[in-house]
Design a protein around this ligand. Structure first.
Ligand code: 8LQ
Length: 465
């Protein structure tokens, strides 16, 4: 076996390296090697990362001592799957007890180079501390993934996401810089900014674009209002993270049709930055590949946190292989996905999430014994003629019955909606397999997301969090 390129911990990548321009791979060996050999190398690395975390953080030491686990015990996958998962609640507690970063910072605090945080507006924020060296390694990893998407040195990359606490935009920017691209850190979220984005895109004609999927759809609507066809932007690749969408078939198609670009889904969690470690590639554009030599991805039973077999559904659990600042070791995501192992057209030998990450366990709507993913409603509505582009899902208890109301925009004028209401309501009902009360509202009346969309309003007491 040829040696895995720059495979060492702590990791330090050659900052001047660029692949041969004709190569589809950044690291041909690591990306196309026999997965069993890669997994064997990863298992050794996991032990090293755990030794490091155990000796540098009281968080991991206490957590593992409590179950009598030593990093040296991790000599098999069975042993690794018994490592207790880290939850977001534990991290919040750790940061409350040891402000501001918690006792899972493993590097010297003088190493900290960037501070980011959860972008939620409610609840206690979580701070992310990213080391200087980690930032370089993150840039390298994500440049490698951008290369796999078909982005090349000299391409202009337009970053249309919030430049604030959110790591998505910064991660895309630093990756593009490392790849020797031209970055346009446009941002998002300020008054009138979407219309200005249209002007800039039309003028600069970037090769690549990064945002959340809902924001791309919003941008297409605004362009239309300005009488500009988004295809004129000439985008080659659009990559998305932050929420489901790029792997939801009708959402993906709407973006592809509007912009005429390849749509790429990527993204795990901000804590897991390099968050692009789950990402599609140019030649394997659907779903997401799990770049197992960057972050170790498991899909697990949500109760036992043992991995489920390929072909099955479960919740992603993530482990850093290269971070030294706040390494996450078996971070529970609470998301839902399905994984498979098959031959990928791009030749990479990674497992794949063929439908992306399609929901969060706590966002799944449990109604009268059925489970409904909000993304299914999106997927259905997006292919309905005269749909106005936005919707809301309201779940409420009327008497002893749960009721699901879907309120969707239509471009049809009031008075001509009878058939639309009837057909969309019954279509949605048979698609979801649950009773739905359907209501149409005027186009452009529901709020558009500048960041991640929030479409579910659950008014039931027992599900309030
Ligand atoms: N989430 C993130 N990416 C997703 C995707 N591609 N498909 C489905 N759900 C996705 C900085 C990156 O954008 C990652 C990110 O958004 O981190 P956050 O803000 O910590 O949010 C993480 C959550 O966003 C995940 O747990 C998924 O539910 C969703």
């Amino acid at each position: 076996m040829a040696a895995m390129e720059e495979w060492a911990f702590p990791t330090r990548y050659d900052q001047d390296y660029l692949p041969d321009p004709s190569s589809p791979y950044w690291f041909p060996v690591r990306e196309t090697m026999d997965p069993a050999e890669r997994d064997a190398a990863v298992l050794v690395r996991l032990r090293e990362v755990m030794e490091y975390a155990y000796s540098t953080s009281s968080f991991y030491k206490n957590k593992w001592d409590a179950v009598d686990l030593k990093p040296a015990d991790i000599t098999s996958w069975e042993a690794f799957e018994q490592v207790p998962v880290v939850t977001k609640a534990e991290m919040r507690q750790s940061q409350a007890d040891h402000p501001p970063f918690g006792d899972y910072v493993c590097c010297d605090e003088s190493e900290i180079h960037h501070i980011h945080g959860t972008s939620g507006t409610t609840g206690a924020p979580t701070a992310f501390a990213l080391g200087r060296r980690d930032w370089e390694v993150i840039a390298d990893n994500q440049a490698r993934i951008l290369w796999g998407m078909g982005v090349r040195p000299g391409d202009t990359v337009f970053v249309a996401a919030l430049f604030s606490l959110y790591l998505g935009s910064w991660g895309a920017m630093t990756a593009a810089e490392r790849l020797r691209c031209r970055v346009l850190p446009f941002g998002a979220g300020a008054q009138g900014m979407t219309a200005r984005a249209v002007t800039w895109l039309a003028r600069v004609k970037p090769a690549a674009f990064y945002a959340t999927p809902s924001y791309a759809l919003r941008l297409a609507e605004v362009a239309e209002k300005e009488k500009i066809d988004p295809r004129e932007f000439g985008l080659k690749v659009m990559f998305f993270s932050g929420e489901p969408g790029a792997s939801v078939p009708s959402v993906r198609k709407a973006i592809e049709d509007s912009f005429g670009a390849t749509v790429i889904d990527c993204g795990t969690m901000a804590e897991m930055t390099p968050f692009m470690s789950a990402s599609a590639t140019k030649e394997t554009p659907e779903g997401m590949l799990l770049w197992q030599d960057i972050v170790w991805h498991e899909v697990c039973d949500p109760e036992t946190f043992r991995t489920v077999p390929y072909g099955s559904e479960g919740t992603p659990v993530y482990t850093h292989l290269e971070r030294t600042s706040q390494p996450m070791i078996r971070l529970a995501s609470n998301d839902l996905t399905r994984w498979v192992m098959e031959d990928n057209p791009c030749g990479r030998t990674y497992p794949k999430l063929p439908n992306g990450v399609y929901g969060r366990i706590d966002d799944m709507i449990h109604i009268r014994g059925e489970n409904v993913y909000p993304t299914e409603v999106d997927n259905y509505l997006r292919q309905v003629a005269d749909y106005g582009g936005e919707h809301q899902i309201i779940v409420r208890r009327t008497g002893s019955m749960d009721e699901m109301i879907v309120r969707a925009e239509t471009t049809l004028p009031d008075g001509q909606r009878e058939a639309f209401d009837r057909d969309t309501g019954s279509g949605l009902q048979s698609f979801l397999g649950v009773r739905v009360t359907f209501e149409s509202v005027d186009a452009n009346t529901l709020e558009r997301a500048e960041h991640k969309s929030r479409r579910v309003v659950d008014e039931r007491e027992h599900t309030k969090r």
